[in-house]
Design a protein. Structure first.
Length: 276
């Protein structure tokens, strides 16, 4: 039986939740507002929140200096490409762990997750040397491979939790009807796990889009995504906050819109199976 909560406590918790949400979102809001300021207003003290001379000049300067579309297309290709290749590997792996587990399946899963705790700088030098020797530096294929391997443990873990909620008897029935492993995955398992797969895709796209360390370390020009686009303004123009904010807003806008419209699906997928 649910515990009764007073109206005052409910209003207090709601207000605290909204305040915390606003506090988390405020840096993004401030970046967006600063992008519409002149350089003088951007560094003015005390800072001006809304009452300033709004201008779109910074966006024109940024677009004139940098080819935003090229950086954005690289980000789209890297995020979607790494997600697609990761799913090709993760779905069969998660199926094997969920429906044909071995003695060390849980240990293997925990080991894969533990690799996410390793500082990425620890693998930078050997990976950079491998990329240099195989001519993969500043290539889409090389970065897609890195992003795929980087997020593969999380994808397998998420799909594994979704697949565990599917009754194994359904798959056994499909085998009795003569379905091969491939048909079982494509025609039986995948349709039943569409919500989980969709939320996994959304999360991986967001993670790949926001990845900065490897994209900054292994790209320069040809395969450079929007993280490199922002970095190009933070170095030579670090003190020009309005232009830097405009570049940052242009970089985060697509994924911010995607996250806003897909938040319900994302939350549903991340909490799937959490409450019994």
């Amino acid at each position: 039986m649910a515990r009764a909560v007073s109206k005052q406590r409910r209003w207090l918790m709601t207000a605290l939740a909204w305040a915390l949400g606003f506090l988390i979102f405020f840096p993004i809001l401030w970046t967006i507002l600063t992008s519409f300021k002149s350089e003088g207003d951007a560094i003015a003290w005390p800072p001006q929140l809304l009452f300033f001379d709004w201008t779109t000049e910074n966006y024109g300067v940024v677009q004139e200096r940098s080819n935003y579309v090229k950086f954005a297309m690289n980000s789209v290709v890297l995020a979607l490409g790494s997600t697609a290749f990761a799913l090709i590997i993760a779905i069969p792996a998660a199926w094997a762990m969920a429906f044909a587990p071995g003695k060390r399946t849980k240990d293997l899963l925990m080991w894969m997750l533990s690799t996410k705790m390793m500082p990425p700088v620890g693998a930078l030098i050997p990976l950079y040397l491998i990329f240099r020797d195989f001519h993969l530096l500043d290539t889409r294929g090389g970065i897609i491979t890195v992003l795929m391997l980087l997020n593969l443990p999380i994808i397998i873990w998420m799909l594994y939790t979704y697949f565990k909620e599917i009754p194994g008897e359904i798959l056994e029935a499909s085998r009795m009807d003569g379905a091969s492993v491939g048909k079982e995955l494509i025609h039986v398992l995948a349709p039943m796990a569409v919500p989980g797969i969709a939320s996994t895709i959304l999360l991986n796209v967001i993670l790949a889009w926001n990845e900065a360390f490897w994209t900054l370390s292994l790209t320069t020009k040809d395969a450079a995504p929007l993280t490199q686009f922002i970095a190009s303004y933070s170095s030579p123009e670090g003190l020009f906050w309005a232009k830097l904010s405009a570049a940052s807003t242009m970089a985060i806008a697509p994924i911010l819109v995607l996250g806003w419209f897909a938040q319900k699906q994302l939350v549903r997928g991340l909490t799937f199976g959490a409450v019994k």
